[in-house]
Design a protein around this ligand. Sequence first.
Ligand code: NCD
Ligand code: ZN
Length: 339
Amino acid sequence: MPAMDLRLESPLDMHLHLREGEMLTLVAPYSAAQMAGGVIMPNLVAPVDSLARVREYRAAIEAACDPHVFTPYMTLFFRDYIREELVAAKDEIIGVKLYPAGITTQSEAGVRDFDRIGATVALLEELDIPLLVHGETAGFVMDREEEFLAVYRWLAETFPRLRIVMEHITTAAAVEFLEKYDTIAATVTLHHLLITLDDVAGGLLRPDLFCKPIAKTPRDRKALRQAVFAGPPRLMFGSDSAPHPRDRKECVGCAAGIFSAPVALPALAGLFEEAGCLERLDGFVSANARRFYRLTPPAKTVRLEEKDWQVPEFFGSVRPFLAGSRLRWSVAAASLAEE
Ligand code: NCD
Ligand code: ZN
């Protein structure tokens, strides 16, 4: 049987950590080679929380992605903003990303008191700037996402025109919740479609699979898969690819984050193929995001081919998701020559 080809029109990664400095230079090409664009998370050591920082960071990303065609959709780190700041930034950002303080990597500057965010959120609603949310409480680690649904409900009902993105959902409860409000969309990662807590901590401890939100139960994974494979319009792929060097992962106090950018599309193709719904992949990795965010990404056809390859153990100092395993699909070299 001849090897199959799969063409994806302008695939997008709607949740991506590219870091800065040497790490940015190392990891950005893997996203830029297979995606037409990505939503860039603002949780740098000094958060991206001003238009000047957005511009500076965008320029660094563009330099690191060169010569690939790749649009970095920039975000501002949520804080109290005044109207003028948001008006000025509006055309240069895709949204504002809210982190509860201290809940994940580099989120110390996040929100401590949700009773005090209303004024800024009202401005986002008025200016039609999407609010992207890391939705976890400080409760028991397995319950954090479900507990946070109350905050999403409050946001959706208090700000009925605000577009809200529930980032990296991991639970059956979140999947169910998503159906209730058409102003709410969600991203789903590759790793939460593949692993459960058992993979992280059921045998020998796997720091490479430790991330926030923590991988949940088989029931949750099943609900996520069912939702993604059914192709509802407001579920979007966001890798949450979050590289950390080996010495920050393989130590006491392991940093949360999984580096999945190099394997994202090949592994998704394998997963959708196994589920018998390859035709739905385009909606998940592009069409749904374009519609919800009203984007016109660069026209870039990415070709995947049925050609197996072994995922390297390391990219520089970073161990990738699925290191050492064989994947059936690969990003064809031809796709790197973009139109
Ligand atoms: C992310 C990171 O390392 O920046 N880590 C993670 O485990 N996903 C932050 C985040 O998205 O929570
Ligand atoms: Zn993230």
